[in-house]
Design a protein. Structure first.
Length: 399
C-alpha cells in the first residue's frame, strides 16, 4: 500500500513511533534542523487560522441563514444546545476525573527544556487578522449575505471556501504527520516522551467512555420527549455509529444515518431535512473531544483555567465547529483559532491537541452522527405536535 493512501490516523501513529525512536539516537543538529521545519510550519498555521475562519465560517452561516423556516430555526438551536451541553459535560467530567489520572504540571517544563534545541533560523509570517477579528468579520459577512441575498458575494465566498479546504487537504494535512514527527522527536530528545504518551493514553480512554455516556444522555432526552424506551432507539442507530467509525465522515454516513432515523419512526420529510443539516451543524462528539483534551493538557502543563473561561470557549467552539470541513481532522483545524484566542494555546500545545484529536477522530464522528438521530426524534415529535395543534385549531374554528 502506498504511504499516501494510508489513513491519517495511521500516518500520525507512524510519525509518533518514528519520532520516539529517532529522538533517542539522532544528534543535536538533526533535532535543531527538524525544529526549524516545525517553526516554519507553525508560522504557516498561524497565518492560515484567520483565513480558515473567514473562508469556512462565512459561507456556513450564509448557507444556514439562507434557509428560512421554523423547523430550520428549531433544528439549529437544538443542534447548538446539544453541542454546547456536550462541551460543558466534558468540562465537568474532565475536571472531576483527570486530576486523579494526570499529574498536574507534569509537562510544565516541556517548553523550557525544548529550548535546548533551538531552530537554526525563523521566518515570521504575520496573520492578516487576529482570531476575534476573523470571527466578527465572518458573522457580519455571513449574516449579511443571507439577509441581502447577495449571490455574487455568496459565490465568491464559496470559492474561497474551496480554496481553504483544498489548502487544508493538499498542504496542511499531508505535512501534518511530519510536523507531529518533529514535535515527538523534540519531546523524546529532551526526555519527556514517557510522561506525554502515558498521559495521552489515559485521556483517550476516558474520553471514549465520555462519548458513550453522552449518547445515553442524548437518547434519554429523546426518549423522554417521545415517551419511548431510549435503549432500543440508540441500538437502532448502531449501524450509523459503526459506519462513521469506518469513514470518519459525517457526510459520508448520511445515507445510513437517514435510514436508521426513519427506522426509529422519524417521518421521511423530517429525517430528510434534519439529518443532512445536522451532519454540518451538530458536532457534540467533536466538541466533547476538544474540550476534554484541552482540559487534560492544561492540567498537565499547569496552566490556570476556570469555568467562565471554558464557558466562553465552548460557546465559541459550538459556532466554529459549523465550519469544520469534511476532511479528517477538519474540526480541530477549524478550532485552532479558538484554542489560541481563548485558552492561549501556543503552537506546541496546538500540535498536542491535533495529535490527541486525530487519535480519536472516528469516535467523535460516530458520536456526532448518532446524536443526529436523537435530534431528529425530538424535531419529529415537535413537528407532529404542531400538525396536531393546527388540526385541532381548524376543527375548533369550523365548529
Amino acid at each position: 500500500m502506498k504511504l499516501s493512501r494510508l489513513p491519517l490516523l495511521v500516518k500520525i501513529i507512524i510519525a509518533i513511533i518514528l519520532g520516539v525512536m529517532f529522538g533517542q539516537i539522532v544528534p543535536d543538529f538533526a533535532v535543531r534542523a527538524m525544529n526549524t521545519f516545525v517553526g516554519l510550519f507553525d508560522q504557516l498555521l498561524r497565518f492560515l487560522i484567520p483565513l480558515i475562519i473567514v473562508g469556512l465560517v462565512t459561507p456556513a452561516i450564509a448557507d444556514v441563514g439562507d434557509r428560512a423556516g421554523k423547523m430550520l430555526l428549531i433544528t439549529v438551536v437544538m443542534a447548538y444546545a446539544f453541542t454546547v451541553f456536550s462541551g460543558l459535560f466534558a468540562y465537568a467530567f474532565s475536571t472531576a476525573l483527570f486530576p486523579s489520572f494526570l499529574d498536574a504540571g507534569a509537562m510544565a517544563q516541556l517548553e523550557g527544556e525544548s529550548q535546548e534545541f533551538l531552530p537554526y533560523f525563523e521566518i515570521k509570517i504575520p496573520p492578516l487578522a487576529d482570531v476575534m477579528t476573523a470571527l466578527v468579520v465572518s458573522f457580519m459577512l455571513g449574516l449579511g449575505i443571507a439577509f441581502f441575498k447577495s449571490p455574487t458575494l455568496k459565490r465568491g465566498f464559496d470559492e474561497l471556501k474551496d480554496i481553504v479546504v483544498n489548502t487544508i487537504e493538499k498542504v496542511v494535512i499531508p505535512i501534518l504527520p511530519i510536523y507531529i514527527f518533529g514535535i515527538f522527536l523534540d519531546i523524546t530528545a529532551v526526555g519527556k516522551v514517557a510522561s506525554v504518551l502515558s498521559a495521552f493514553v489515559a485521556i483517550v480512554v476516558i474520553i471514549f467512555a465520555m462519548t458513550i455516556i453522552l449518547l445515553l444522555l442524548q437518547y434519554s432526552l429523546a426518549g423522554a420527549v417521545t415517551r419511548r424506551n431510549p435503549l432500543p432507539l440508540l441500538r437502532n442507530m448502531l449501524p450509523a455509529y459503526f459506519t462513521a467509525l469506518g469513514t470518519s465522515s459525517s457526510a459520508a454516513t448520511i445515507p445510513v444515518t437517514l435510514k436508521r432515523a426513519i427506522a426509529n419512526g422519524v417521518s421521511e420529510p423530517v429525517a430528510g431535512f434534519v439529518i443532512p443539516l445536522c451532519a454540518t451543524i451538530h458536532l457534540s462528539g467533536s466538541t466533547l473531544k476538544i474540550t476534554s483534551c484541552a482540559v487534560g493538557l492544561m492540567i498537565l502543563l499547569g496552566m490556570p483555567f476556570d469555568f467562565p473561561m471554558f464557558l466562553g470557549f465552548v460557546m465559541m467552539l459550538g459556532v466554529t465547529m459549523v465550519a469544520a470541513p469534511g476532511v479528517p481532522g477538519g474540526a480541530i483545524m477549524a478550532a485552532l483559532g479558538v484554542l489560541s484566542g481563548v485558552l492561549g494555546f501556543d503552537s506546541q500545545q496546538q500540535a498536542m491537541m491535533i495529535t490527541l484529536y486525530i487519535a480519536m477522530d472516528s469516535f467523535g464522528t460516530a458520536c456526532n452522527v448518532t446524536g443526529d438521530g436523537a435530534i431528529a426524534l425530538i424535531i419529529d415529535k415537535l413537528h407532529r405536535n404542531s400538525i396536531l395543534e393546527k388540526k385541532e385549531e381548524k376543527i375548533s374554528v369550523e365548529s
